[in-house]
Design a binder for this molecule. Structure first.
Ligand SMILES: Cc1cc2nc3c(=O)[nH]c(=O)nc-3n(C[C@H](O)[C@H](O)[C@H](O)COP(=O)(O)O)c2cc1C
Length: 329
């Protein structure tokens, strides 16, 4: 995306997965990829007990994804987010869970393009950082191309800075959120067409992308790609992103190096009362496909939850994986 170069490749917002520990780990793998928080509701930020905006400085460029549909509450949260140093705010108009629908936000907002525009306008009026939207290509029976265009036009009218489109529709009744990420078919062509029809709107595509080769193909049509599950399950994919998609000359760290770089962070977090498994759970896939991958996962799964577990557990797990020979071309 010319306006926001880091959005050329982003790691999707994923509830319960892309917490601050996960993002710190992902940042060790890629300097340039844009990282998203999990969706945080305005209610949690404004009335919750915890600090739902906490992050590590190393995580930039970092997008806060907000869930909500009250323009004033969203504007309040946007100001707080900007003050805390977030680089961008993204409004969730794509999550189909029941809990979210009861709160009148997420994917059901696709049916209320005027309200979505009011939300974006209210945020844009009070912050200088970009305000973007993540959505789907349709909901329920409302899945025509024209329906999607109506939303896009109302977003354009209020100066929305970019749009991320998960290239499948959502069924609001009858499918679980997980099923809604698998069952409705992907329609990349529709997203390409949308970008072609609205070339002035910065647009990223999301859904089912598994390799950087696929990512590069999408980038022929769109400004950015967003990957979710594949990055989480196979995080080492991120290690090639800076070279392959951002043109950086940096040499990717080995998997062992990344884990060693994580150790001081783990120690620091344990010192603050965090428990080891909360961090290591995000790293289970780092050796995917290599000898020792199972031993790594198993050692961590069996030991990281034990009271008092510390970095020696990670070191012992690492010792079970043969160190790779890196070959640079
Ligand atoms: C565990 C999980 C949690 C998710 N939570 C969110 C969320 O908080 N906000 C959101 O916009 N999308 C959420 N998603 C959807 C992803 O952002 C993404 O749109 C979807 O997984 C499709 O991309 P992928 O095929 O690359 O995974 C979640 C997905 C998963 C797997």
């Amino acid at each position: 995306m010319s306006q926001y170069p880091s959005a050329r490749f982003s790691v999707a917002p994923m509830l319960d997965w892309t917490d601050k520990h996960c993002r710190y780990f992902h940042r060790l793998l890629s300097r340039h990829a844009q990282l998203y928080t999990e969706m945080v509701t305005t209610g949690a930020i404004l009335y919750g007990k915890g600090d739902y905006l906490a992050f590590n400085e190393q995580e930039h460029p970092l997008v806060l994804q907000l869930g909500g549909s009250d323009p004033q509450a969203l504007a309040q949260c946007a100001v707080m987010a900007e003050q805390r140093g977030y680089d961008e705010i993204n409004l969730n108009v794509g999550c189909p869970s029941d809990r979210v629908q009861n709160g009148m936000f997420g994917a059901c907002l696709m049916a209320e393009p005027g309200l979505v525009a009011d939300c974006v306008a209210a945020m844009k009026a009070v912050v200088a950082i970009p305000v973007t939207v993540k959505t789907r290509i349709g909901i329920d029976e409302q899945d025509s191309y024209e329906f999607l265009c109506t939303l896009v036009e109302s977003l354009l009218a209020v100066g929305t800075d970019a749009l991320v489109v998960h290239a499948r529709k959502a069924w609001l009744k009858g499918l679980s959120p997980k099923e809604n990420r698998e069952i409705p078919p992907l329609d990349y062509e529709r997203v390409y067409r949308l970008k072609a029809d609205y070339p002035g709107l910065t647009m990223a595509i999301n859904g089912g992308i598994k390799t950087l080769t696929e990512a590069r193909e999408h980038l022929q049509h769109l400004d950015g790609v967003m990957l979710g599950r594949e990055v989480y399950q196979n995080p080492y994919l991120l290690a090639q992103v800076d070279r392959e998609l951002f043109g950086a000359q940096t040499v990717a760290p080995s998997r062992h190096e990344v884990i060693r770089q994580l150790l001081p962070y783990i120690e620091q977090q344990l010192g603050k009362g965090c428990y080891l498994g909360n961090i290591t759970r995000h790293t289970l896939g780092i050796f995917q496909g290599l000898p020792g991958a199972r031993a790594w996962r198993r050692h961590l799964s069996e030991n990281a939850h034990k009271p008092g577990a510390g970095i020696e557990v990670v070191e012992a797990a690492l010792a079970k994986v043969p160190e790779e020979m890196l070959v640079y071309s």
